[in-house]
Design a protein around this ligand. Structure first.
Ligand code: COA
Length: 327
C-alpha cells in the first residue's frame, strides 16, 4: 500500500484584524508585553454569523482546487476542532454538506491545538488500510468565540482561521506521510480548559456571569509542557527514521508562542529559520495553525519534491503529536 501524500493545501483567515493596540483598549495589556512575551502582533476575528464550518469550507475549496480533486471524489473528511458550529452534529458533517462531498464519511477530532496533527494521523490510518483513497483533513477553530475578553492571560493569544490538506496515495515510493505520533496526558486536563457548559456543569446564569464557559489557562505550566513534550516527540520521530536534525528541510509547527518554538528548536538542534512563523499575523489559531503554515510555505513555492518536513503541535489535554512527511 503506498503512503498517503498531501497533494493540495488551502487556508483561510477572516478579514477583520485585531491588533495588539486594539486589545489595549479592551484589557489591561500592552503591545510591548504581547510582542515580547509571545511574538504575536495581530490576529483575525470571524465576522458575525461566520461559523467554523464556513472557514473550514473556504480553506477546503482552495486545497481541493490545488489537488485537482472534486468534492464527490472524497471518501473521508476529518475536521480537527474544539469550536464546532454547534454541539451536535459535528462540524465535519456540515462541511461535507456544504462541499457536496456525498460519498465521504465525516467526523470531528477534538484535540484542541493539536487537532490538525491528530486529524492528519487519523486520516493517514484510513489511507494506510485502503479504507479511504481521497481524504480531506481540516483544522479549523473559531477560538475568539470561547475567549473571555476580560481575561488578559488568554484573550491576547488566540485568533480564528482554518487550514486544509487533501490526501491521496503517493505516486512515488518514499514520498508521503512517513509517520505520525500522537501522545496524551489527561492528568494535565485542568491547565488549559473550558471548565463548564458541558455535561458535567450545564450552562447556568452563574456560569455565564463567571465566564466559566470560556477558556482558562495556567500559561506557565502549558509553556513548560509544550517545550518538554514537543522536544521529546520530535527527537523520537527523527530517531525512528534514522534522521539527523540537519536533514530536516522545513518545520511546520503549531504557532502558540515564538518563545516556545525557539526553545524547542534550540533543543532539537534545528535552526529557527527552517520554521515557518506566522503567529505575528494570526496569533494562535488552535487546530488551524499547522495547515495554515503548511499552505503558506507551499504557496510561497518553498516546498521542493523530496523535502523533509517535521510537523509538531501541542494543545489542551494535554495532547501533542508529530508527523514526518517526505514532500
Ligand atoms: N498583558 C500584560 N500582562 C499580562 C498579560 C497581558 N496580556 N497576561 C499576563 N500578564 C501578567 C501576569 O498577570 C503576570 O503578572 P504578575 O507577575 O503580576 O502575576 C505577568 O504578566 C507575568 O506572567 P508570566 O506568566 O510570568 O508570563 P510568561 O512569561 O509566562 O508569559 C504566557 C505568559 C501566557 C505568554 C506564556 O506563559 C505562554 O505563552 N504560555 C503558553 C500558552 C499557550 O501557548 N497556550 C496555548 C497552548 S496550545
Amino acid at each position: 500500500m503506498p503512503l498517503a501524500q498531501i497533494i493540495g493545501t488551502g487556508s483561510y483567515a477572516p478579514a477583520q484584524v485585531l491588533t495588539n493596540r486594539d486589545l489595549e483598549k479592551i484589557v489591561d495589556t500592552s503591545d510591548a508585553w504581547i510582542t515580547e512575551r509571545t511574538g504575536i502582533r495581530e490576529r483575525r476575528k470571524a465576522a458575525p454569523g461566520e461559523a467554523t464550518s464556513d472557514m473550514a469550507v473556504a480553506a477546503a475549496r482552495k486545497a481541493l482546487e490545488m489537488a485537482g480533486t472534486r468534492p464527490e471524489e472524497l471518501d473521508l473528511i476529518v475536521v480537527g476542532t474544539i469550536t464546532p458550529d454547534m454541539p451536535m452534529p459535528s462540524c465535519a458533517v456540515l462541511v461535507q454538506a456544504k462541499l457536496g462531498a456525498k460519498k465521504a464519511f465525516a467526523f470531528d477530532v477534538a484535540a484542541a491545538c493539536a487537532g490538525s496533527v491528530y486529524a492528519l494521523s487519523v486520516a493517514d490510518q484510513f489511507m494506510r488500510t485502503g479504507q479511504a483513497k481521497r481524504a480531506l483533513v481540516i483544522g479549523a477553530d473559531l477560538f475568539t468565540s470561547v475567549l473571555n475578553w476580560k481575561d488578559r492571560n488568554t484573550c491576547v493569544l488566540f485568533g480564528d482561521g482554518a487550514g486544509a490538506m487533501v490526501l491521496a496515495p503517493a505516486e512515488e515510493e518514499g514520498r508521503g506521510i512517513l509517520s505520525t505520533r500522537l501522545r496524551t496526558d489527561g492528568t494535565l486536563a485542568d491547565i488549559l480548559t473550558i471548565p463548564a457548559g458541558g455535561s458535567k456543569e450545564p450552562l447556568t446564569e452563574e456560569i455565564l456571569r463567571e465566564q466559566r464557559h470560556k477558556v482558562s489557562m495556567n500559561g506557565r505550566e502549558v509553556f513548560k509542557t509544550a517545550v518538554r513534550e514537543l522536544t521529546a516527540i520530535t527527537h523520537e520521530a527523527l530517531q525512528a527514521h534514522g534522521l539527523k536534525p540537519n536533514q530536516v528541510d522545513h518545520v511546520i509547527a503549531h504557532q502558540a508562542n515564538l518563545r516556545i518554538l525557539e526553545a524547542v528548536l534550540q533543543r532539537v538542534e534545528i535552526p529557527i529559520e527552517k520554521c515557518w512563523i506566522n503567529l505575528d499575523k494570526y496569533g494562535n489559531t488552535s487546530a488551524a495553525s499547522v495547515p495554515i503554515a503548511l499552505d503558506e510555505v507551499n504557496r510561497a513555492g518553498k516546498l521542493k519534491r523530496g523535502d523533509l518536513i517535521a510537523m509538531m503541535a501541542v494543545g489542551a489535554g494535554m495532547t501533542w503529536g508529530s508527523a514526518v512527511v517526505r514532500w
